[in-house]
Structure formats: structure tokens, C-alpha cells
Design a protein. Structure first.
Length: 399
């Protein structure tokens, strides 16, 4: 009893030192859900005002800059509307993405904080924090997955978390195999799927109860995706697996080129097909695979290039390489519809407005690329350029 009291006193002492007045969240008690057992696992949350549905300010584009600053830029007035930063951070780094839901922006920061923010004003509804670290990266390469009033996210402290969307309080958490969790989770069929170490996990989304834990015997470092029936995930090498959503049965597996690997988040499903990009030392390739059979439908090679990013939009696959090559593929056959050598290197996702253009962020500016002329127009110019920018994220505020 004395040891437990000392441990509790230590936790509250650390929380008070943070300068906030947080509430210690309590995990839902289920037979399969872990309880918070260390300060690094604790979730604290502070409600500033009740979350409410907010109309969208469609003149704004959100920029999560690579130094970790979050702001919105008014495309009409060409001014910054509002800015939000993490409470503290030991290094300037974005390394995460943002989810917009009912006009509220849900933003993870590398220090473990997650904010719920009004898209119009930048006002914060609530703040949550995983752990109390001021010198480590806690959340990396994450985008909050939101469904049924819950926010799902994995952290670099070996945990997956489900938070209450209303106030950021902890609903459940589970200790995973590996501390290095930098792939977003998948919500499908009232379940949450995530990879960690050699495993693919499936949880009941409401309770956190473990449904299955599949051991592949080697590191699984691909984003899980679904075609609406089954779940697909790639290992860190060159194999794509298809699994049932209800049990850990491998339905089929597809091998791409032996010297290619590292699919990570470069994968998506559409119309019962899986599209993925694999990197190689001499050739990177985009593949289309039938989701029912695992049969290759087409393959497009990029010689002497490393594909960094792909996305589907308007029945095309868009992407860029590490050498700033922009490309557009016909999704039906993989033929190159357009390509161009950019003068600015993208470090973010693509966002598509209603006209014939797209937005991306470079190390120097927010760029609007004209898809007809391939002109790169600087919409917002940074006041300084930093070396080795890791990543940034942009999002048009719209329905």
C-alpha cells in the first residue's frame, strides 16, 4: 500500500510541474485492455470549452509547417488567420498530420500533445497529452483516426490509445510489441487495426479488447488498408498480405520485386483494387493488385527514382519522387498521363482545389501547381529556410 501511495504522489508531482491543470484520464476496465502503468503512458486532458460543430471557413488552407507551427492561411486576403503551437517541444518538427471533423481540427504534436481546434478561429476546445516528456518524440507520422466519437492513435511509448472526442480523455489503451509506432491505424468494421513490430493487431474499437494478434515473424511496417471486406498490410520487405478482418488467416500474399521494399503509407484501396508504391535502389514501382486474388494488374517503373508519395484523386494516381519528379498515372492501366521535373521539392501531401491545380508544401513555400502548364506558383513564402526539413502537411478547409 505504501509503495502504491508513493507512486501516485510521484505521478501527481510530475503533472503539477508541467504548468497545466490536467485531469488524469482513467482507462476503461476490460479484461483485455492494459491499464496505465507508467508516467510515460499516462494521458492527461484539460477541457477549455465544450466541443461543438463549427462551420467551415473555406477561404482557409491549413499549413502544418515543418518547424511544428500550425496555422491557417487565407487564400483570398493572403494573410495568416491564426496560429497554434505546442506547449513545449525539444526540437522544431512537424512529423504529423491533421484530421478535420465537424469543423474541428484534431492535431497531434511530437511532444505527445493532441489539440482539438476551432477551424475558424484557432481557439482550442481541449488539450490532451500522452506522458510528460519534454525531450523525446512521442507522436510521429500520425494522423488522428476518428470514428464514433473516438480518436485512435499510436505512440512512440509502445501504446495505442482511444480518446474521447468530446474532451480528449482516455477511453482505453493497449501496450504494443514495439515502441516505434509511426504508421496510422485503420478503423474498419467496428475494429481498429495497427501494426507494431512483427505483429498486426485487431481490437474492438469500443472496448479495446484484443481480437487477434498475428505474428508474421518479421517487421510489419506498412499501413493497414481495406477494400471494405478484408485487410491488407505490407511487411518492411517485399510482401503484401491479405487477411480476414475477423480472424488472423492469410488469404493470399503478393510479392513485388525482390530488391524493392518500404511501402509504409504509400498504399490505398479503390474499387476492389490495391495500389502501392515500393522503393528500390535503382527502380521504384507503383503496383495495382486485385484485392480478391492478389493478382498483379499493372506495374509502372520509375528508374533511378525513389517514390516518396502517392494519392488517388479523380481516377488518377498522383505523386512525387525524392528528386522532385511529379507524376500522374491513369489508375486503370498505370500509364503515365503527365510528369514534370519540379524546381521546388515537395515535403508534404497534395491537396486538390476545385480548379486544375494542386497544393503542396516545399522547404521554402506553399506551392500551387498548375496542372496544365506545370507552373509552380508561390502562394505563401516562408521567411526562412531550414536544412533537412522532415515533413509538412497541408489541408484545404472544406466539406
Amino acid at each position: 500500500m505504501r509503495k502504491n501511495l508513493i507512486a501516485l504522489l510521484f505521478v501527481f508531482t510530475v503533472l503539477n510541474m508541467s504548468g497545466q491543470t490536467p485531469t488524469l484520464s482513467q482507462p476503461v476496465e476490460t479484461s483485455a485492455t492494459n491499464t496505465v502503468s507508467a508516467i510515460s503512458d499516462v494521458v492527461t486532458n484539460k477541457t477549455i470549452s465544450p466541443v461543438k460543430k463549427v462551420p467551415l471557413d473555406e477561404a482557409l488552407i491549413l499549413i502544418y509547417d515543418y518547424d511544428g507551427t500550425l496555422f491557417t492561411f487565407d487564400l483570398e486576403s493572403e494573410t495568416i488567420a491564426w496560429t497554434v503551437k505546442a506547449t513545449d517541444s525539444h526540437t522544431e518538427m512537424c512529423a504529423n498530420k491533421v484530421t478535420l471533423n465537424d469543423g474541428v481540427l484534431y492535431v497531434p504534436f511530437i511532444n505527445g500533445e493532441i489539440f482539438a481546434i476551432d477551424n475558424q478561429t484557432g481557439a482550442v476546445f481541449w488539450k490532451s497529452r500522452i506522458g510528460n516528456s519534454t525531450d523525446q518524440i512521442v507522436l510521429k507520422d500520425q494522423i488522428p483516426i476518428i470514428q464514433d466519437g473516438k480518436l485512435f492513435i499510436t505512440a512512440q511509448n509502445q501504446n495505442i490509445y482511444a480518446l474521447n472526442l468530446k474532451d480528449g480523455s482516455l477511453l482505453w489503451n493497449y501496450k504494443l510489441d514495439s515502441p516505434n509506432n509511426d504508421i496510422p491505424v485503420l478503423f474498419f468494421d467496428n475494429k481498429v487495426f495497427t501494426q507494431s513490430g512483427n505483429y498486426l493487431y485487431s481490437f474492438d474499437a469500443n472496448t479495446g479488447k484484443l481480437i487477434y494478434q498475428k505474428d508474421f515473424g518479421e517487421t510489419m511496417h506498412g499501413k493497414p488498408v481495406t477494400d471494405g471486406e478484408n485487410v491488407f498490410i505490407a511487411n518492411e520487405k517485399n510482401v503484401l498480405f491479405a487477411l480476414s478482418s475477423t480472424k488472423p488467416d492469410i488469404l493470399w500474399q503478393f510479392k513485388f520485386d525482390e530488391n524493392q521494399h518500404n511501402v509504409k503509407e504509400r498504399i490505398f484501396c479503390k474499387d476492389k483494387k490495391i495500389y502501392l508504391a515500393a522503393q528500390g535502389p535503382e527502380v521504384s514501382s507503383v503496383y495495382a493488385v486485385d484485392s480478391k486474388t492478389g493478382t498483379q494488374l499493372w506495374k509502372t517503373d520509375f528508374k533511378n527514382e525513389t517514390i516518396e508519395y502517392i494519392i488517388e484523386e479523380s481516377d488518377n494516381i498522383w505523386g512525387y519522387t525524392r528528386k522532385a519528379k511529379f507524376f500522374q498515372l491513369d489508375i486503370t492501366n498505370g500509364e503515365i498521363a503527365a510528369e514534370a521535373k519540379l524546381t521546388t521539392q515537395p515535403i508534404s501531401n497534395f491537396e486538390f482545389p476545385v480548379d486544375e491545380s494542386l497544393f503542396y508544401y516545399s522547404d521554402a513555400a506553399l506551392i500551387q501547381l498548375d496542372l496544365k502548364t506545370k507552373d509552380e506558383n508561390e502562394v505563401y513564402l516562408r521567411t526562412s529556410i531550414k536544412d533537412n526539413a522532415y515533413s509538412a502537411y497541408v489541408k484545404i478547409i472544406r466539406q
